[in-house]
Design a protein around this ligand. Sequence first.
Ligand code: TXA
Ligand code: MG
Length: 333
Amino acid sequence: MITRILDIDDNSLSLSGKIISGGGAVAFPTETVYGLGANAFDNSAVENIFKIKGRPNDNPLIVHVHSGYDINRLVSYVPQYANRLAAEFLPGPLTMVYKSRGNVSAAVSCGLDTLAIRVPSHEGAQKFLRFLDLPVAAPSANISKHVSPVTAEHVFNDLNGKIEVILNGGKCTGGIESTVLDCTGEYPVILRSGLITREMIEKSVGKCGEYVLKEGEKVRSPGMKYKHYAPTCKTVMYDKNNLTAAVSCYKSNVEQGVKAYILCDGSTAELLPAEVKNILNLGESEREMAFNLYDKLREGESKADLIIAVTPSKNDGIMKGVLNRLTKACNSL
Ligand code: TXA
Ligand code: MG
């Protein structure tokens, strides 16, 4: 199969519509990362997405809809706090989990009685979803466990030959996946951190929990238990307070002929001694770091034998999401 990267216009949308109604999958941009979409009502199309990605079949998918779509067609109950959050943050990088009506393919939620719904704000995503006027089940458009794609080229590198069309919407501005929020209880609970932070949700609706997996407990968001976001080269991770050890690791590897790169935030990069030449700089602000993370991990794997990640010192707000991804990418869990 020939894979083409196409700008989003009437021709590419009409071709995408044909592929989706024929049970196929199309990659499309969102403001977080690129998604690989299929008709959520079509069981074999949804199952095919798992096959294309090599995704474990107990890790459920998010359904994407355009901003005019009535989600009550898909879910049985939307609590009041969820309506308020939707009014404030949607369209945008917030996925909300509800009790499902069970009318999309059972493969979407891998047998769970809940359904995760997302209304992306990316203009290209909205065009695609409005054109189809269907709920589109879409995981990130990478091979399972690999770094998520934030450009059409990243998608191409992972899925060339496996899908026909990648809709090109430029580089994703958000850079890390949406916040996943459980809206089935009395108050919302964050299952995956992202650009919509706990602080933002609390400010809007008062209370917001955060799900932390305890040992031996059954996971509420099955994706949490898997290794994720990992570059293809070796990785190690150091705490920022242990920068000297990270630098020694770099030097001893370089001496042995290993192409080592240090991945760190901008202020840490300034502290590195001059002999450290190979640096993957994530930038300064938390937004910048989210925007750069996957791009730098992909750049790293294309250049390095070893990425030495140094954790940024902040761990609140958006940085929680960034650190969560960085840890999963660079710790061999
Ligand atoms: O930003 C995003 O969310 C991107 C773009 C493409 O929209 N999508 C994405 O999908 O990150 P994926 O498949 O890589 O991650 C979906 C996450 C997983 O952690 C999964 O376990 C969780 O959402 N999830 C999906 N349905 C769920 C459900 N019913 N209950 C709990 N967690 C769910
Ligand atoms: Mg993913």
